[in-house]
Write a protein that binds this ligand. Structure first.
Ligand code: SAH
Length: 348
């Protein structure tokens, strides 16, 4: 059966018409789902009983089950959701000074195979639907009573490998008649699926783009991220330049520092050269987000020392490249970058 949360408002209007109802009913349903946050058609009390029955026979409302919830010392909460077909995914709620932020998964498992990321440890199963992406935020709001103001596509999966559903989820999330999360407050991160970066640029939506770069050197990057064999750093940078030219928006480059791997000042200098030669006068739109790498079970990378990361940051900043260090949230409950998995097999 179709999940009613898979439709953006315009699509929902068409759906409702297709079962012989007036399109304005879609507005009522949308409000019940995303403003009142009800879990069943029975609770949509301004719809006639007859219509509620009709909706029930045509659609389901996907409601995730909380299989596990862990809370970090820093307030971060990690959810393991049962998504109804026997699969489970993780989502993380983070408390920043500017508001509540949810890190959502876009797929069950991931195909990208990055060597430092735990999400890769288990085989890819399938992409999530738009409704299943949106449901992560709804289920967390229902559980905590919080209002989420930011969403980052930085959980399990490669959002650009599930492009249509991710874009539609963004359309649902930022509808002012629903969850009303501003597009600027939604960020999509990619390991570097180049053709989709062009598509994303062409859409010219207000959501922000993050690129997982992790090394300025093709050989090293390929050893960390197999996607680099398909789309190397040159191709990636060309796509970034296109994005910047087209949108005049900033790109945040994620760079996870691993001890004795990519954390040397020589790497920092190579990064600067790369950015300046490939992005030229768009260099002012570059922001580096430095992440202390989290070691994963069976992985070969270990964290750089904070001293080293600070040196790396200062080196970039002193040479005109903006860099900040990402706060490590939730690492005590394996909720930090790269620690999410399809299931909590044996962790915690
Ligand atoms: N697939 C997308 C979305 C994941 S975002 C992407 O690759 O961008 C999660 C971010 O955390 C990415 O930048 C990813 O490279 C980074 N990451 C993955 N594993 C990590 C680890 N062990 N330590 C620190 N960062 C990690």
């Amino acid at each position: 059966m179709k999940n009613i949360k898979d439709f953006n408002l315009d699509e929902l209007k068409k759906e409702i018409e297709s079962i012989g109802e007036k399109p304005f009913r879609a507005n009522q349903i949308f409000k019940w789902l995303y403003v009142d946050k009800v879990k069943s058609f029975d609770e949509m009390t301004d719809l006639s009983l007859e219509l509620r029955e009709k909706l029930k026979s045509n659609y389901e409302i996907c409601n995730f089950e909380i299989l596990n919830k862990l809370e970090s010392k820093d307030g971060t909460k990690k959810y393991l959701f049962g998504i109804g077909d026997g699969n489970a995914i993780e989502s993380v709620l983070m408390d920043y000074h500017h508001g509540k932020s949810v890190c959502v998964s876009s797929q069950v498992g991931c195909k990208m195979g990055c060597k430092f990321c735990a999400s890769t440890g288990i085989a890819f199963v399938r992409s999530l639907t738009s409704g299943e992406i949106v449901e992560q935020i709804l289920a967390i709001e229902q559980d905590t009573g919080d209002t989420v103001s930011n969403v980052v596509f930085m959980g399990i999966g490669e959002p650009m490998d599930n492009f249509e559903n991710v874009m539609n989820a963004i359309a649902i999330l930022n509808n002012p008649k629903g969850l009303n999360i501003g597009a600027r407050h939604i960020s999509v991160s990619t390991s570097g699926v180049v053709p989709k970066i062009y598509e994303f640029a062409d859409k010219n939506i207000q959501s922000t783009l993050s690129i997982s770069l992790h090394s300025p050197n093709d050989e090293k990057r390929s050893s960390m991220m197999p996607v680099n064999n398909l789309y190397n750093i040159d191709k990636l940078m060309e796509a970034c330049k296109y994005y910047m030219e087209k949108t005049n928006k900033r790109i945040s480059f994620e760079y996870a520092l691993a001890k004795d791997n990519n954390d040397n000042l020589a790497d920092a200098q190579q990064l600067i050269n790369l950015v300046k030669t490939k992005l030229g006068n768009h260099t002012n739109l570059v922001h580096f987000n430095l992440i202390p790498i989290n070691s994963i079970e069976g992985g070969k990378y270990t964290k750089s020392s904070m001293e080293n990361i600070i040196k790396f940051r200062d080196y970039l900043n002193d040479r005109g490249i903006t860099a900040t260090i990402r706060r490590e949230l939730g690492s005590d409950i394996n909720a930090a970058c790269g620690q999410l998995r399809r299931q909590n097999l044996k962790q915690n």
